[in-house]
Design a protein around this ligand. Structure first.
Ligand SMILES: CC(C)(COP(=O)(O)OP(=O)(O)OC[C@H]1O[C@@H](n2cnc3c(N)ncnc32)[C@H](O)[C@@H]1OP(=O)(O)O)[C@@H](O)C(=O)NCCC(=O)NCCS
Length: 179
């Protein structure tokens, strides 16, 4: 297990598939949470273990500092969601060179500022540790909660795009501060 970042309330760390799957399932078996993305849905612990193992394997293979990580509440050890920094896939299913930040919270953890808090830490990680120049976010136009997070982060709306996932999506961008 590797800790990626820490905030006031959260530890952001790599997943431990066997130990974490039950808690992760609370996020990825809820249709309200997965409403706007098709790739990650699970209906039992075994499926969830497989997904978490796939994420870890991909991060190891790519070895570029990207990944999908658990957000863990420091106070209780509860896993409240996922924060991710990954390469966006183009319409052909291949990785592009565009880095995407994203967030998935279990419903009981909505409205508490965890997505924004974790994203600020991962944006710093992306700019300062990975030396990225730009970080993007994508959202379905109806995903108001996610678009609000991009606004809180000061991301710039670039309008809709058809470049990724064979879907029309709203695109947001944050540039690294210039020195
Ligand atoms: C998108 C998603 C993560 C947004 O969650 P969220 O809880 O609205 O976002 P945040 O964690 O940033 O929380 C912001 C809210 O917490 C409140 N908040 C901020 N800081 C806070 C703090 N320190 N303490 C308590 N509350 C706080 C804010 O006032 C805000 O509430 P508001 O929207 O009523 O103004 C969540 O809706 C979700 O998981 N959706 C499903 C997955 C999804 O679609 N993900 C993105 C697309 S792939």
């Amino acid at each position: 297990m590797t800790i990626i970042a820490e905030t006031d309330r959260l530890v952001i760390r790599t997943w431990i598939p066997q130990d974490d799957a039950e808690q992760a399932l609370k996020i990825y078996s809820d249709p309200e949470v997965t409403r706007f993305f098709s790739s990650t849905k699970a209906s039992d612990v075994e499926q969830m273990v497989n997904i978490l193992e796939r994420w870890l394997k991909r991060a190891t293979q790519l070895n570029n500092g990207t990944g999908l990580w658990a957000m863990v509440l420091k106070e209780t050890g509860e896993i409240v969601g996922t924060i991710l920094l990954i390469l966006l896939k183009g319409n052909d299913g291949q990785f592009t060179e565009d880095y995407e930040i994203g967030w998935h919270l279990k419903k009981s953890a909505w409205g508490k500022g965890y997505a924004t808090e974790a994203a600020i830490a991962i944006i710093n990680y992306g700019f300062n540790i990975l030396n990225l120049r730009e970080i993007y976010s994508i959202a379905n136009q109806d995903n108001i909660a996610s678009i609000r997070v991009t606004q809180r982060l000061g991301m710039v709306p670039l309008g809709s795009t058809n470049k990724y996932h064979n879907k029309k999506l709203e695109l947001f961008k944050l540039s690294a501060p210039t020195q």
